[in-house]
Design a protein around this ligand. Structure first.
Ligand code: PEP
Ligand code: MN
Length: 345
C-alpha cells in the first residue's frame, strides 16, 4: 500500500508515519514527488493495517497498489523519475547518449575511444571490465585493471562511466570505480546480485532479460529499489524471437507499455539488440521515436580487431552520423539533446 501525505505535512509527520509502518513490521520507502511526499509500504500481505495509518497527522489517503511491483509502479509515483549520474539526467524529457567499446581491451584502446565519443558529444562512457561470455574460451574482461582504466578515462574526458557487475561479491569493488552499475541481461534475475547492487547507493542500469516479460523486468527493478537504490534506469536490449536476421529483436513496443505502468526511465541498446552495425542507427532512432530516454551503443575504432562484439560496433564516422540523426529526431519531437560540453563538433 501507499501513504499519500498532505502537501502541508511536516518532516515530523513523515517520521511518525515511517515509524508506525516499521512498528507494524513493514518497510517504509519515502518518495519525494513534485508537489507532495508519499510513503510506499512493502512487506505487507493485505491492506487491513491501513486503518493504523489513515488517522495519523499529515496523512491524506492510504491506497492499495494493485501491481506486484510497488516502488517501480506509477501508481505510487505518477510523475516521471529523473535518475542523475554526475551531470547526466535520465528521464527529464531529454535523450542521453551512452557510448563506448563493448569491452575494455587495453588502456590505449579505451582512452582513445573515450576521447572519440566525448569529442562527438556523448554524455556517458560504457565499457565492460567483467564480460559475460557465452564461451569460457573467449576474452572474459580485464577485471580490476579494466576498472582502473575506466576511472582514468573518466578523469580524461569528464564522462561518467557505466560498467557491468556480474558477481554479488564484486559489487562493492565495481561501485568504487563506476558512476553507474550495469546489470546484464543474463543477470536480470540474479536476485542476490540485485540485492547487493541495490545496497551500494549507486545508480543502476538494469538490462531487460532476453526473455523477460514487462512484469518480470519491473519485479527485478523492484529488487533493486527495495534494497536501497531508487536510481534505476531500465534498458531494452532485444529479446529472443524466431527472427534469424538479427541477434535479438529490439522490442520497441515495450517502451510505451513500460512508461504507462512505471515512472522509471528506460533506454535502448540497439547494438546488442541487432548484433550488426548496419542495423544500429535505424534501431536507435526507432527507440528515440518510441520515447526512450536514451541510447547505449557500442563504438570501436577498429571493429575487425575488437575482442568482443566487433560486428555490432559503430565506427567513428557512423557514430557521428548517429549523433547527427539523434539530434534531428529529438528536435522533431521537441526533446532536448545537448551535446556533452567537451564536444568538438
Ligand atoms: C553489454 O552491454 O556489454 C552486454 C553484455 O549486454 P547484454 O547484457 O545486453 O547482453
Ligand atoms: Mn557486448
Amino acid at each position: 500500500m501507499f501513504v499519500i501525505m498532505d502537501s502541508r505535512a511536516s518532516d515530523e509527520d513523515i517520521v511518525r508515519v515511517e515509524n508506525r509502518i516499521r512498528e507494524l513490521g513493514y518497510q517504509a520507502h519515502t518518495i519525494h514527488g513534485d508537489t507532495r511526499r508519499a510513503i510506499g509500504v512493502t512487506g505487507n500481505r493485505g491492506t487491513e493495517d491501513r486503518i493504523y495509518l489513515e488517522g495519523l497527522p499529515g496523512v491524506q489517503q492510504v491506497i492499495p497498489v494493485t501491481k506486484p511491483y510497488k516502488l517501480a509502479s506509477r501508481e505510487i509515483k505518477p510523475e516521471n523519475s529523473v535518475v542523475t549520474v554526475g551531470n547526466v539526467r535520465f528521464g527529464d524529457g531529454g535523450v542521453v547518449m551512452i557510448a563506448g567499446p563493448c569491452a575494455v581491451e587495453s588502456r590505449d584502446q579505451t582512452l582513445r575511444i573515450a576521447d572519440l565519443v566525448a569529442s562527438k558529444g556523448a554524455h556517458m562512457l560504457r565499457g565492460g571490465a567483467y564480460k559475460p561470455r557465452t564461451s569460457p574460451y573467449t576474452f572474459q574482461g580485464l577485471g580490476e585493471p579494466g576498472l582502473e582504466i575506466l576511472a582514468e578515462a573518466r578523469e580524461q574526458t569528464g564522462l561518467p562511466v557505466v560498467t557491468e557487475v556480474m558477481n554479488p561479491g564484486l559489487a562493492p569493488l565495481v561501485a568504487q570505480y563506476a558512476d553507474m552499475l550495469q546489470i546484464g541481461t543474463r543477470n536480470m534475475q540474479n536476485f542476490e546480485l540485485l540485492k547487493e547492487s541495490g545496497k551500494l547507493g549507486k545508480p543502476v542500469l538494469m538490462k531487460r532479460g532476453m526473455s523477460a516479460t514487462l512484469d518480470e523486468t519491473l519485479m527485478s527493478a523492484e529488487y533493486l529499489m527495495s534494497h536501497g537504490t531508487h536510481e534505476v534506469v531500465v534498458c531494452e536490449r532485444g529479446v529472443r524471437t524466431f527472427a534469424s536476421h538479427a541477434r535479438n529483436t529490439l522490442d520497441v513496443s515495450v517502451i510505451p507499455a513500460f512508461k504507462q505502468v512505471s515512472h522509471l526511465p528506460i533506454i535502448v541498446d540497439p547494438s546488442h539488440a541487432s548484433g550488426k552495425w548496419t542495423s544500429v542507427i535505424p534501431m536507435a532512432l526507432a527507440g528515440v521515436g518510441a520515447g526512450a530516454d536514451g541510447l547505449l551503443v557500442d563504438v570501436h575504432d577498429d571493429p575487425s580487431h575488437a575482442l568482443v562484439d566487433g560486428p555490432q560496433a559503430l565506427l567513428p564516422e557512423n557514430f557521428q552520423e548517429l549523433m547527427d540523426l539523434t539530434a534531428k529526431v529529438s528536435a522533431a519531437l521537441g526533446r532536448p539533446f545537448n551535446l556533452h560540453s567537451t564536444a568538438t563538433g
